[in-house]
Write a protein that binds this ligand. Structure first.
Ligand SMILES: *Cc1c(COP(=O)(O)O)cnc(C)c1O
Length: 393
């Protein structure tokens, strides 16, 4: 069986060593030493100063909206995970959808201005599948209209933009460390901001608004995370470069094998370093996508319609037509991608996909170009077989 994703798991003994230390200290949660260490190490790894580890990526979004005191309308993307929209509604704001770009699948900045009204307070955009939005264009519009910008960067661990972590952009960026994400702490998330006052506010909000033993300075909530989750993060972080490298190789292999398949891939040209968080393919029609998905399932290979349906069709928002998003959401599917997936697994998946579209699966292209992102070296390593199937990278 090949699922669409599997969580990365460190060696059991690595986790057990942390659990032993938790037993010795008897400190389980409330800003414990492992939570503090994880925050420090993440800041070091990501080369940024201001982040807070929180209980999950959804609460991170809610904290961001609350801390920026947003009200009225928030311009957002219809092509994301449900939490992007539900957080806006949860904070009593109104999501105003703007259609996406057909190549990047991210919010289309050229359509934002037309959606701005006197009620608009912010833009909340998702870097879909880990690929950066058109950050400059969005910031330029936000500056011109005095709007705040939040990025849902839940897919983005490891993505860099203009030589910095992508978490550095927007007034606040949020991320998720859920088990299905590329870097995870079982459950978890984070908020990032370069503005010290906002960081301080969210730090207070994370812990019920406590500013002293018996004093409260903010309306708060419980957005803390615990020592056990931090322990998983501390176990996983040393493996992150290997995880990123492996995903790049697996994704390149998919691209090479599927070069002749009549599908569209996400355009990636904006990232300095892309994290290969997902491997989406866009079919020519919904029927072809469904057919391919069903055929793969017969071989116990499970893909996911991610994201489907369009968030503009949720029962608790004003339903609007989003022609580009509606069309893409109906035709897109994510292929299996996880650390222990092998090149042989990918060969099998691709053979089946090509067979469905009646392509000759033996006609493997000699080379394919993954934008400008794949180094010639990796490409040639794959082509010459230097990268071994099952190799532990
Ligand atoms: C996973 C995800 C979230 C939610 O994160 P949780 O940690 O599961 O709460 C939010 N937005 C996007 C785009 C996601 O993929």
């Amino acid at each position: 069986m090949i699922p669409v994703t599997k969580p990365f798991l460190p060696a059991e003994r690595e986790f057990k060593a942390y659990v032993k230390s938790i037993w010795e200290r008897q400190w389980l949660t409330n800003n414990g030493p492992l939570v503090n260490t994880l925050e420090l190490k993440l800041k070091e790894y990501l080369k940024l100063d201001h982040m807070l580890y929180v209980s999950n990526g959804t609460v991170a979004l809610q904290l961001a909206i609350k801390a920026l005191e947003l009200s009225g309308e928030i311009i957002t993307t219809p092509f994301s995970f449900v939490a992007t929209t539900s957080s806006i509604v949860w904070q009593s704001c109104k999501p105003v959808f703007v259609d996406i770009d057909a190549g990047s699948f991210n919010i289309d900045p050229s359509k934002i201005e037309a959606a701005i009204t006197s009620q608009t307070s912010a833009i909340l955009a998702t870097h879909v599948y880990g690929t950066p939005c058109d950050i400059d264009a969005i910031q330029e519009i936000a500056d011109r209209y005095g709007l705040k910008v939040i990025y849902d960067a839940a897919h983005c661990f490891g993505t860099r933009y203009k030589n910095k972590s992508i978490f550095e952009y927007g007034d606040i960026s949020t991320t998720s460390f859920h088990s299905t994400k590329l870097f995870h702490t079982i459950e978890g998330g984070a908020v990032f901001t370069r503005q010290p006052d906002l960081l301080k506010k969210m730090a207070l909000m994370r812990n019920f608004g406590y500013s002293g033993v018996d004093t409260f300075s903010e309306q708060g909530i419980n957005a803390k995370n615990c020592e056990f989750h931090a322990a998983m993060g501390l176990c996983n972080l040393p493996h992150i470069d290997e995880i990123l490298k492996k995903r790049k190789i697996l994704s390149t292999h998919y691209r090479l094998r599927l070069n002749t398949l009549d599908v569209q891939f996400q355009q990636l040209e904006n990232a300095d370093d892309y994290n290969y968080a997902y491997f989406p393919i866009l079919f020519k029609s919904e029927e072809l996508m469904k057919d391919s998905k069903a055929k793969l399932e017969q071989s116990q290979i499970y893909c996911r319609r991610y994201f489907y349906p369009s968030l503009s069709a949720l029962p608790y928002v004003k339903n609007v037509e989003m022609p580009v998003c509606d069309s893409i959401a109906s035709r897109i599917m994510c292929l299996p991608l996880y650390h222990t997936l092998t090149l042989a697994d990918i060969d099998l998946i691709c053979r089946l996909l090509l067979r469905i579209q009646n392509f000759d699966e033996n006609e493997v292209p000699k080379s394919a170009h993954f934008g400008t992102l794949i180094t010639d070296q990796i490409e040639s390593e794959i082509n010459t077989g230097a990268i071994k199937i099952n190799a532990s990278l």
